[in-house]
Structures are given as structure tokens and as C-alpha cells.
Design a binder for this molecule. Structure first.
Ligand code: ZN
Ligand code: ZN
Length: 142
């Protein structure tokens, strides 16, 4: 019974990983089509930082980067430049988020919430960081 609940989460994690890999490929390709090269069907997680809202949902990866670029144009140094407008509360408090890679956890949290000295994908709930674990795997001679 429990397994049927975990399956969609694991599929979600795989989809997110594929999305990140695809994005890295786009960025490394140096293709000047940039954002335009991201598939219109690609989705990523976002989370609202407004304590009264806390909405978390998936939005188009392309739209996310388009909005982010539009934000940064007038004032790239503003700390609010990385926040998008939340579709639920209409406040500029929406941030890029990550779905925890731990299938037993699976919460959605704001990217880099553990601070600048830690991995941005460190889960505040279970402490798992996929970046750290993949590095560990590499160091252990994998
Ligand atoms: Zn909101
Ligand atoms: Zn977690």
C-alpha cells in the first residue's frame, strides 16, 4: 500500500533530474538561443516564501527563466531580483524550489535554504543533499 504512494514521488524526482541535466546541456552548448532552447513542456518546482501563503507548484522552466531575466534587467543587484510573483498570493515571494530526492521525504523546499555555505539542494527536513551524495559516491572510487 505504501509503495503506491512513493511511486509518483520517485517518478517526479527522475523527471526533475532529467530536467536539470537537460538545462546544463543547454547552458554548456553555448547556443545563443538560450532560454528559447528550453522545451515549452519542461516544468520546475517553485515555492512561495510568504508565510501566509507557502504555495508550492510546478511552472514552466522556460517561463521561470523568462520571468527571472525580466526581473534582473532593471536592477540585477536587488535581492528581490530572484523572486517571482506567486500565482496564489500575487506577491513577489516565489523562489526556485527543489523536490527532496529522498523518496521517504519528498517535500518541496526553496533552493539554497540551508545557506550559502551548504549545498543548495540540502533538504531542511531530512538533511539529504543529492549533490553531496553524488560527490561522496565519486570520492569513494565509484
Ligand atoms: Zn504565494
Ligand atoms: Zn527531505
Amino acid at each position: 500500500m505504501e509503495d503506491s504512494k512513493k511511486k509518483p514521488v520517485m517518478i517526479g524526482v527522475i523527471v526533475v533530474c532529467l530536467g536539470v541535466a537537460a538545462l546544463v546541456t543547454y547552458m554548456r552548448s553555448g547556443d545563443d538561443s538560450g532560454i528559447g532552447g528550453i522545451s515549452a513542456n519542461e516544468m520546475r518546482w517553485v515555492k512561495c516564501n510568504n508565510p501566509a501563503c507557502k504555495a508550492e507548484y510546478e511552472m514552466g522552466t522556460r517561463k521561470y527563466y523568462e520571468d527571472l531575466t525580466a526581473n534582473m534587467n532593471p536592477n540585477p543587484m536587488a535581492t528581490s531580483a530572484t523572486a517571482l510573483t506567486c500565482k496564489e498570493c500575487n506577491k513577489r515571494s516565489l523562489y526556485g524550489a527543489i523536490k527532496c530526492a529522498n523518496p521517504d521525504c519528498g517535500i518541496v523546499f526553496i533552493e539554497g535554504i540551508s545557506g550559502p555555505d551548504d549545498h543548495p539542494d540540502r533538504c531542511p527536513d531530512c538533511g539529504k543533499s543529492e549533490t553531496q551524495e553524488s560527490r561522496k559516491r565519486r570520492l569513494s572510487g565509484g
